[in-house]
Design a protein around this ligand. Structure first.
Ligand code: GYE
Length: 311
């Protein structure tokens, strides 16, 4: 492979030693579980793992990826903070003859695409997760004919899970239960403390809401704290649904304060390294390797059954 702007995507050499891993942040149970899963799978394969953590900064992650490219790893794994910001770096790796697998969050595929700039995207179906969250909240609020107002706490603006979970949720809600209206939508950056702050303000502005959809568990946990502080009784007068499957959130489902959690499995290591094995062998890879997800509720026993395995 000769580095240059027209350089085609290469496959890793048959002797992978050095794997580079660009993580967007290490700021909560989901990311810690993902990081451990990638590290464990690399170790099980006997690979050296070069790790970076961009602390939720696109500027930092662009720099991290450039540094990793300069280290000439056999393969680069990228979990991008947002869809657009790291796409050019994925293409830069291709031009530098370094094969890339995009993990967990996708890049904007208009800017860098699977099969051309990178091998494949390994991650969950965020749109489906959003739709499953809508189905759960519709059920919690009394079914398709329910009339209620709700609020939506968005994940990090411009990240693929925030874009797709929001889209999946909104599409499902407006077709299945048009009487349930989102009266406010605000980002809380996938963060627990921010979720609490944002919810504290929203509940003053919209005291009559009957539901909350949070794009991740951390924000839902913060929101539940804020709702209780405002004198509400989550699980009774307000139904909360979120996505991930953390121990803290699933405990709230078991205790009844949260209605349902849609799984987004962070333990991507085995699937990523299995995909890497196939890539090394020269197998054709699909554009997307999907990590399947489930729904955890109290009523059907799924939350209690999953809890021992939660992260
Ligand atoms: O939901 C959230 C984390 O990218 C799917 O990122 C992931 C999301 C996950 O910060 O908790």
């Amino acid at each position: 492979c000769v580095p240059g702007s027209n350089t085609k995507l290469v496959k890793p050499s048959s002797t992978v030693h050095k794997v580079a891993w660009s993580q967007n942040a290490l700021d909560g149970a989901w990311r810690f579980a993902e990081e451990a899963s990638i590290a464990d799978a690399a170790k099980a394969h006997g690979y050296q793992l070069l790790k970076t953590n961009a602390n939720n900064s696109d500027v930092q992650q662009v720099q991290d990826i450039q540094n990793l490219i300069n280290d000439h790893p056999d393969v680069l794994l990228v979990d991008p903070h947002t869809e657009d910001a790291e796409a050019a770096q994925v293409a830069a790796a291709r031009k530098a003859c370094i094969p890339v697998i995009v993990v967990d969050r996708d890049v904007n595929e208009q800017l860098a695409s699977p099969g051309r700039d990178f091998a494949t995207f390994v991650g969950g179906d965020f749109k489906k997760e959003g739709a499953l969250a809508a189905d759960a909240l519709i059920e919690a609020l009394g079914g398709p004919s329910a009339k209620a107002t709700i609020v939506e706490l968005d994940g990090t603006t411009g990240s693929s899970p925030a874009i797709l979970r929001g889209g999946g949720f909104n599409g499902e809600l407006s077709t299945k239960a048009p009487g349930i209206r989102i009266v406010a939508e605000q980002t809380a950056d996938f963060n627990r403390a921010t979720g609490q702050q944002v919810m504290a303000t929203l509940i003053q502005q919209y005291p009559d809401i009957k539901g909350v959809f949070a794009h991740n568990d951390e924000m839902a946990i913060g929101a539940i704290t804020a709702l209780k502080a405002a004198g509400k009784h989550p699980g009774q007068d307000i139904k909360v649904v979120s996505i991930d499957g953390t121990k803290d959130a699933v405990n709230l489902v078991v205790s009844g304060e949260e209605y349902a959690v849609v799984e987004c499995n962070p333990r991507l290591g085995p699937l990523v390294f299995d995909t890497l094995d196939k890539f090394v062998k020269g197998d054709d890879l699909p554009a997307w390797v999907v990590q399947p997800d489930r729904v955890f509720k109290k009523a059907d026993g799924t939350a209690a059954a999953y809890l021992p395995n939660a992260f």
